[in-house]
Design a binder for this molecule. Structure first.
Ligand SMILES: NC(=O)C1=CN([C@@H]2O[C@H](COP(=O)(O)OP(=O)(O)OC[C@H]3O[C@@H](n4cnc5c(N)ncnc54)[C@H](OP(=O)(O)O)[C@@H]3O)[C@@H](O)[C@H]2O)C=CC1
Ligand SMILES: O=C(O)CCC(=O)C(=O)O
Length: 424
């Protein structure tokens, strides 16, 4: 395998710098389209909003929110909304850019967008969260619309917040607009299968990679960082296909059982107690040891920059399937490539969520809803095709799967950019 240039970025770089480095690595493979590559390095538009709300005690609190459209050459902006105490503008810019790449890599007719509010949602009551969500939606409303920008869930947001967003937008425009948001409750035009779609897609793409290297799923070990929407769904789908989930972590701690952890049982424990810590059918391990656990599959499903130059050497997995966005730094990518670990990059591994969001959007437009079986079947087909296209580029050009995914995606985005031209 020809090696790509070593990263000049240390682990100190933020998500936006990491994204820029990923783009730099693809430019040599873009041919004539390389002249347009600067397009990928700039967000199309950025909105910073002040979100003031009354707290339950009557005082007023202000939160900073963002909505970024990274690129809309191929269609409306699409991407989730994150609530987290460490959200920053540059993080949301990177998350929006990864949506551009992801939507193009999978062939969805969308550009890339993302939103976020810097808030610790664990410190707000449900009614404070509802006021925050509604005010944020109104503030970013100038960018939203079913043919302009369609939010969805991300870290610490779920069907509940999507229902509030859909309702707020609809009240502001004076009619019900289900297609302005995806990941909604089924009763409001949500899609069957969306809740587990990202985790299911992690499984589908990891299984496609496993086939390529002759690794069976049955009996294989799986380690998962993050047991939220993505992590717990991935754990259940791997378990349902005969794999053994041996270690899981969340912010409360990490637990390990060589004989296997039943993710359904662990989920019941987490719902009751608030975290994996103290789970009685597994032993506690330090969170920092999670990535060193011997395993066939490692699924980072928490936040960015978890696999770094500091810990990549200790990873023993054969396949890493990135449930999270941006979990691996470029320096860690180089180390993993040298170790022969197959890294299925975020932009295809976690694309199951936005793929079923696309199905939801299409169903909302048609007011005609598909069965869950139909959705899962179509999801698998879309992701398998995307994986196959990326694998071919990876083999032909002898580059990492991440750079191969960027070749596929950047070519589509920049072709659209070039065809559209520059002037209104
Ligand atoms: N939801 C979706 O459809 C999609 C999500 N993603 C990406 O997947 C990742 C997870 O998102 P999602 O599952 O939706 O978010 P959730 O909020 O549902 O879950 C996040 C999980 O990560 C845990 N976590 C946070 N920090 C750490 C840490 N340092 N170590 C271990 N665990 C940690 C949280 O723990 P705790 O609950 O204890 O706070 C929680 O279990 C994000 O990168 C997101 O962008 C990508 C595509 C689609
Ligand atoms: O479902 C969507 O529209 C986007 C989900 C998302 O934010 C992501 O894929 O990172």
């Amino acid at each position: 395998m020809r090696s790509e240039p070593l990263s000049y970025l240390g682990d100190g770089a933020g998500p936006w710098e990491i994204y820029l480095e990923q783009v730099n690595r693809v430019i040599p493979y873009l041919g004539r389209l390389a002249t347009w590559a600067e397009t990928l390095k700039r967000p199309k538009r950025v909105l910073i909003v002040d979100v003031p709300i009354h707290l339950d005690d009557g005082t007023v609190a202000h939160f900073e929110g963002y909505r970024v459209h990274h690129n809309t050459s191929r269609g409306p902006a699409k991407g989730g909304v994150r609530y987290h105490p460490e959200v920053t503008l540059s993080e949301v810019m990177a998350l929006a850019a990864w949506m551009t790449i992801k939507n193009a890599a999978v062939g969805l007719p969308y550009g890339g967008g993302k939103g976020g509010v810097r808030v610790d949602p664990k410190k707000l009551s449900p009614s404070e969260l509802e006021r925050l969500t509604r005010r944020y939606t109104s503030e970013i409303g100038i960018l939203l619309g079913p043919d302009r920008d369609i939010p969805a869930p991300d870290v610490n947001t779920s069907e509940r917040e999507m229902a509030w967003m859909m309702d707020t937008y609809s009240m502001n425009v004076g009619r019900t607009v289900p297609g302005v948001v995806t990941g909604k409750p089924i009763a409001l035009g949500g899609s069957l299968g969306r809740r587990d779609a990202t985790g299911r897609g992690v499984f589908v793409t990891a299984a496609a990679a496993a086939e390529k290297i002759g690794l069976p799923i049955e009996g294989s070990r799986v380690v998962i960082q993050g047991f939220g929407n993505v992590g717990n769904a991935a754990a259940r789908v791997f378990h349902d296909h005969g794999a053994r989930v041996v270690a899981v972590s969340d912010v409360t701690g990490a637990v390990y059982n060589e004989a296997g952890i039943d993710p359904y049982d662990l989920l019941a424990w987490v719902r009751e107690t608030g975290g994996v810590r103290g789970y009685p059918k597994a032993e506690p391990i330090p969170q920092a040891e999670l990535f060193a656990v011997p395993t066939e599959f490692l699924i980072p499903a928490a936040l960015e920059k978890q696999i770094t130059e500091q810990n990549a050497w200790r990873i023993q997995a054969r396949i890493i399937a990135e449930g999270a966005n941006g979990p691996t730094t470029p320096g860690a990518d180089d180390i993993l490539q040298e170790k022969g670990v197959v890294v299925v990059p975020d932009v295809i591994a976690n694309a199951g969520g936005v793929t079923v969001s696309y199905f939801e959007w299409v169903q909302d437009f048609n007011s005609y809803f598909w069965t869950e079986e139909e959705i899962n079947r179509r999801l698998e087909r879309v992701l398998r095709n995307a994986f196959e296209a990326v694998w071919q580029v990876h083999e032909e050009k002898r580059i990492s799967l991440r750079t191969a995914a960027y070749v596929v995606a950047a070519t589509r985005v920049l072709e659209a950019r070039a065809l559209r031209g520059l002037y209104p």
